[in-house]
Design a protein around this ligand. Sequence first.
Ligand code: SDX
Length: 437
Amino acid sequence: MAPSATSKQVGTATLTFGDKSADLPVLGGTLGTDCVDVRKLQSQLGIFTFDPSYGATASCESAITYIDGDEGILLYRGYPIEQLAEKSTFLEVAYLLLNGELPNQAQYKEFTTHVTMHTMLHEQIRRFWDGFRRDAHPMAMLCSVVGAMSAFYPDSIDIHDPRQREISAFRMIAKIPTITAWAHKYNAGQPFMYPRNDLSYAENFLYMFHAVPPQEYKPNPILTRAMDRILILHADHEQNASTSTVRLAGSTDANPFACIAAGIASLWGPAHGGANEAVLKMLEEIGSVKNIPAFIEQVKDKNSNVKLMGFGHRVYKNYDPRAKIMQKTCYEVLGELGIKDEPMLDLAMELEKIALNDEYFVSRKLYPNVDFYSGIILKAMGFPTKMFTPIFALARTVGWISQWKEMIEDPSNRINRPRQIYTGAPQRDYVSVDQRG
Ligand code: SDX
């Protein structure tokens, strides 16, 4: 188990308000920005802090993922994402995120066996799909099916029982590929393919997604490797919106399946995990390189409400390291598929080049993020656009469940309950309708 390091006081910040002042501890962790501990601010100065989008607020202590937005650094339990993407596998990264250390051979074998043994869904869950329209968005199906899982696995929802927490983690990680693949099969009107125990995690997902009963399916090793790498790149990312949603839901002692369903719902937004689908739609709307200048002008016009999807990030004010690896994987996948010129990739590269030389984007430190290239690879691998975000959710499930586990096991964990600045009407008395004029 990784050392359960906690933050230490590295200094004091003195805040003065009116005729009072408070000495607040400043806490520092292993890496990153120090934080002023404001937990006693209200009792000492009678005031709250105000940070509506939490841009300058640390919501928790965590030992899982570290991001340095200025340097473009991403570490999972201290290991650089570039090394893990190159040398590790998604299930090894899943073990690392959950347990804090890379597994030895025996631990890895036991872990993969547990995951493999949980890939099947309760047969009754299949009937959920009969209730959806055939054209239902797969994210709607993921939200619904995952949210209902506690009804099918009631023996692993006691969050205070470590064994049940472990089983629900295995069930979530193991079943999310089956649910994701079946959502696609339902959209496609094809029969569901059951998981196979002889395939690796990424092979199994590609099999359940692409295989059809009449045809033998042989996973392509290059595409399998690319899929595994894409899952690694999306596995976790500190306290992003969907992870914070999972933590907030989990802080009420809600069951883990309900918390993951909340995370899926939050990830769906185009400002977050829905951006990969939005990038492809944006590239299709731009259509060709000659239309880029007009599109860029539209983005700069605040009234247009048009954003350069796949660009910008709350934390990265430098290149998202995942985008670089994604771009490299793009070439590998297109090469393996014998796709000499992919117009979408050419368009994306030209769009990136123009944007990175435009003052509007440079001055706002807007760079490609993980979503800018992922859609191009997934499209080349035969995934429909509306499956891009579900694949992001599939990968992020291990990050969500790792962060949820860390929070539940943190003795200082309390229900998350932000406050507000009230700007509504002052207290007033009720007036009956016949007196209201
Ligand atoms: C993910 O948090 C995570 O870690 C998320 C994620 C993860 O792994 O979990 O990394 C995954 O969600 C990546 C982000 C995917 N979203 C997109 O690609 C959608 C497009 N990006 C934007 O919506 C935006 O950049 C956000 C939402 C990602 C970040 O928003 P912020 O931090 O609130 O940035 P901002 O809105 O304060 O932007 C600052 C300025 C503004 O201009 P001004 O008001 O200063 O004039 O930059 C502009 C914004 O209008 N801006 C953009 C832009 N992103 C920001 N202008 C055009 N196109 C964009 N994409």
